[in-house]
Design a protein around this ligand. Structure first.
Ligand SMILES: Nc1ncnc2c1ncn2[C@@H]1O[C@H](COP(=O)(O)OP(=O)(O)OP(=O)(O)O)[C@@H](O)[C@H]1O
Ligand SMILES: [Mg+2]
Length: 332
């Protein structure tokens, strides 16, 4: 069965103005710079890239926490880039949610777990009575593996993993169609991470929710994502199925990122070719001309400095590199 597209962004840009002093020329951090992608219902799109490459900014722009500088966002077939209509905006915020990295900062310490989970239902006028909302709240606690009597407790009485479960329950209260998960397990103990991932996977199976799942760890992202997008300096540089991007990356940056992933098998480890990422990531205020990765790329030539490579299909995925094809023979 063809699944339906739930989200599409076209040529999205989010620039932040940074002040360079009273008389200085205005400068912009090009946090997201011309990103296009689409996500289907029930799909997990994994987004990876080094710190500062614009992952969170992209996620936050999609859920309308940030105003895009340019480009378009379509949700469930509707252009929501500039909606001002209160009701439509209200509905959008119900359907499209964000789970944060830090489960400590995202829960109000003065509210009980029940109040935290019921609050979005109240704001969105869901269910006719408090009793009904309380009942749904108990069901949600069960869904995320917590107990009904946790409803009267406060966030500080819980561990990090349990708090992230509370955040997930609060998010689910609105029955969203799409959730941006911004590194939801990065702040948790490794032993707890798999539990949270399993909860998110189960929920997705039952409710057909789409995820934009942001993370650093490509090996982890590969296990949860259907497709993976790799970001560098505000740009999406490679997109493909998780399997393809992880096992047969074609963009030099993705290859370098993967070389940084420790290889558990010593035999594979020895034979693996390595392109070590050297040098600093350039500033997103003053990015390089042409390909954003060229200043750190082993394979960059003159042409890479001249033109921004466009995304094109190669070997079953999309990548933005002027030398695709040539490198395939040399490197892989
Ligand atoms: N509100 C803001 N104002 C100015 N600059 C910002 C703002 N938010 C982010 N930036 C800058 O935009 C760039 C992208 O930041 P972002 O937080 O999106 O990166 P990230 O990929 O999520 O990084 P990390 O992996 O560390 O979470 C960075 O250079 C950051 O300093
Ligand atoms: Mg981030």
């Amino acid at each position: 069965m063809e699944s339906k597209e739930i989200l599409r962004v076209e040529n999205l840009k989010t620039y932040f103005e940074v002040s360079g002093g009273l008389l200085a020329k205005k400068q912009y951090v090009k946090a997201v710079d011309d990103v296009s992608l689409s996500i289907n219902e029930g799909e997990t799109f994994g987004l990876v890239g080094e710190s500062g490459c614009g992952k969170s900014t992209l996620g936050r722009t999609i859920v309308k926490l940030y105003e895009p500088t340019a480009g378009k966002i379509f949700f469930d077939g509707e252009d929501i880039t500039a909606i001002k209509n209160k009701d439509k905006l209200h509905n959008f915020h119900k359907d499209c949610q964000l789970i944060f990295q830090d489960p400590y900062a995202s829960l109000d310490p003065r509210m009980t777990v029940g109040e935290i989970i019921k609050e979005p239902m109240e704001i969105h006028g869901m269910y006719s009575s408090n009793e009904e909302r309380e009942k749904v709240c108990v069901e949600l606690l069960e869904t995320v593996g917590l107990k009904p009597d946790h409803i009267r407790r406060y966030p500080h009485e819980f561990s990090g993993g349990q708090r992230q479960r509370i955040s997930i329950a609060r998010t689910l209260a609105l029955k969203p169609k799409f959730i941006v998960c911004d590194e939801p397990i990065s702040a948790l103990d490794v032993s707890i991470q798999a539990q949270i991932i399993n909860i998110l996977k189960d929920i997705q199976k039952n409710l057909n929710i789409a995820y934009l799942f942001i993370g650093h760890d490509l090996a982890m992202i590969e296990t949860i994502a259907d497709r993976i997008g790799v970001m560098y300096l505000g740009h999406l540089v490679e997109v493909g199925t998780a399997e393809e991007v992880y096992h047969h990356p074609v963009h030099p940056y993705t290859q370098a990122l993967l070389s940084a992933v420790p290889v558990p098998d010593p035999v594979v480890g020895k034979n693996k070719q390595r392109m070590i990422l050297e040098g600093e990531t350039p500033s997103p205020i003053d990015p390089p001309s042409g390909c954003p990765f060229r200043t750190r790329c082993l394979y960059a030539t003159e042409v890479c400095a001249k033109e921004m490579p466009v995304m094109r299909e190669f070997g079953g995925h999309m990548a933005a590199c002027a030398r695709l094809g040539e490198l395939e023979e040399k490197h892989l």
